[in-house]
Ligand binder design. Structure first.
Ligand code: EPU
Length: 450
């Protein structure tokens, strides 16, 4: 297993281009199951999750080939409909093959995703939506077995206890495009990744209105064609590198910055004294910004919400940043009330954090001190790396395979900006209390972390 050794206290400066969005790419990849024509996706980095989705699609009869800057996916064998536990358990986003496979092949068997590192993450809304379109759904040996004749349009309410669902909306939307008649999805997720999916499906011949609003109207078509699509930049990667600039009191220019997708985060950066200034670019989803910060950061109050609210996927990174603010900040997690694995690890580095249920008070103004810490999910890992960049002395971030799921060679990007981050290999994995012991050389995560 790889780990990072970070020498803290170096100011970042320079320029970074933001890579394509993993969370947009995964449902776009699954959408290749909706057509017999090739789908080419560009601006994709070879992240672990992208590779896993490629493996899953190959098992589902898709020919997966490299293309310039990405992949070409061509569904050629519609008889292979089983998304097996062995792959699904490595990545929750595997669930997004369910809607496209069902709509086009009329049968799909997808292993039911289990719990994940930040709590119970049900898929009831995905299933409710597909049932409303006429799917017959049963649970068989841990697999969701979904069958249908041609799906039929209907009105579907996709709201749950925490608001809308991003991948649930992607699943139902992808199924509705081939259903007979009109589907109305109410309480649809408004995330930019859903808009991206709607744009690509439209380019394939789908008829969709309202993308980016909570009401999607879909008029089903008989078939979809292929497409060549450039994936949008990753808003969470963009927010993470902006936070890296801020936490080191740096001066970093970010190209292909999806400004319009990050308005709530930019507002919070400004409140605490971090400047995110638009330098150039007419496209609000791919512009150039310069990130600098005031010497003394101010505290703030953050509540995570569905888009366009503050994203849960930047909560951990902002927590690291707010450790350095002069005063007390309050962070409330409203999407995943248990998504706080980074709290105990940041405290090992001297952070003063007080958690009660879904809320953490960050008592700022205490310096961070390097320590060995353990990454436990993708964004928690990013937060520990940020803390390590700002900390006095050396920080060891163990298990960076979590980080590799969503950031392409983060250490290389940070080092090009002047950081000192070394990727090293653990010789012999030590058994960890409460976890199954793995053989040396095994790097497969046993839980789901998406
Ligand atoms: N929920 C339900 N029932 C469902 C589905 C969701 O109750 O059937 C609840 C969830 O438990 C959660 C809330 O609804 O409390 C929102 O979950 P959502 O379904 O929107 O999450 P997701 O679609 O599974 C995507 C991202 C996550 C991101 C969330 C929220 C991908 C591949 N994953 O997950 O990204 O946190 O939306 O924005 O797009 C990450 O990148 O680190 C990550 C976890």
């Amino acid at each position: 297993m790889d780990f990072f050794r970070i020498e803290g206290g170096r100011r970042l400066s320079g320029r970074v281009r933001i890579e394509g969005a993993k969370n947009a790419a995964l449902p776009l990849m699954a959408a290749c199951l909706l057509t017999d024509q090739p789908v080419t996706l560009r601006n994709i980095k070879p992240l672990a999750d992208i590779a896993n989705m490629g493996r899953l699609l190959a098992e589902l009869g898709v020919d997966v080939r490299p293309a310039a800057g990405g992949l070409t996916l061509h569904s050629t064998d519609p008889n292979r409909v089983h998304a097996r536990y062995d792959i699904v358990r490595t990545m929750r986003a595997s669930i997004c093959v369910l809607g496209p496979m069902l709509a086009h092949r009329r049968k799909a068997m997808v292993s039911m995703p289990g719990g994940c590192a930040f709590g119970h993450r049900p898929v009831d809304l995905h299933l409710r939506g597909l049932e409303a379109l006429g799917a017959k759904i049963e649970l068989r040996g841990g697999d969701i077995l979904a069958t249908c004749d041609r799906l039929k349009g209907n009105t579907v309410f996709l709201g749950g206890p925490f608001g809308s669902t991003v991948l649930g909306t992607a699943n139902v939307l992808s199924a509705a495009v081939l259903a007979k008649g009109r589907t109305v999805i109410e309480c649809a997720a408004c995330e930019p990744e859903v808009v991206e999916l709607a744009n690509m499906l439209t380019a394939m011949g789908a008829k969709i209105q309202g993308a980016g609003s909570p009401r999607l109207v879909v008029d089903g078509v008989d078939e979809l064609g292929g497409v060549d699509h450039v994936v949008m930049p990753d808003r969470i990667v963009a927010g993470t590198y902006a936070a890296a600039a801020a936490i080191t009191n740096g001066d970093v220019t970010l190209d292909d910055f999806p400004y319009d997708a990050l308005l709530a985060s930019i507002q919070h950066f400004r409140e605490i004294g971090v400047h995110v200034d638009r330098v150039s670019g007419d496209d609000p989803m791919r512009c150039t910004v310069r990130v600098t910060s005031e010497r003394n950061l101010k505290p703030t109050t953050i509540t995570t919400q569905p888009h366009p609210g503050f994203p849960t996927d930047l909560q951990a990174q902002f927590m690291a940043l707010l450790c350095l603010a002069e005063g007390n900040s309050v962070i409330t997690e409203k999407i995943y009330p248990e998504r706080f694995m980074h709290v105990a690890e940041l405290m090992r580095m001297g952070a003063q954090l007080y958690r009660q249920g879904p809320t953490v008070v960050v008592a700022g103004g205490h310096k961070l001190i390097g320590a060995p810490v353990m990454a436990s999910d993708l964004r928690a890992s990013a937060s520990l790396v940020l803390a390590g960049l700002a900390a006095e002395g050396e920080t060891i971030v163990n298990r960076v395979y979590h980080l590799d799921r969503g950031y392409h060679r983060m250490e290389e990007t940070l080092n090009a900006l002047g950081a000192r981050v070394e990727r090293l290999k653990e010789e012999k994995p030590q058994p960890v209390e409460g976890e199954p012991v793995r053989g040396a050389g095994s790097s497969v995560a046993t839980a789901q972390f998406m």
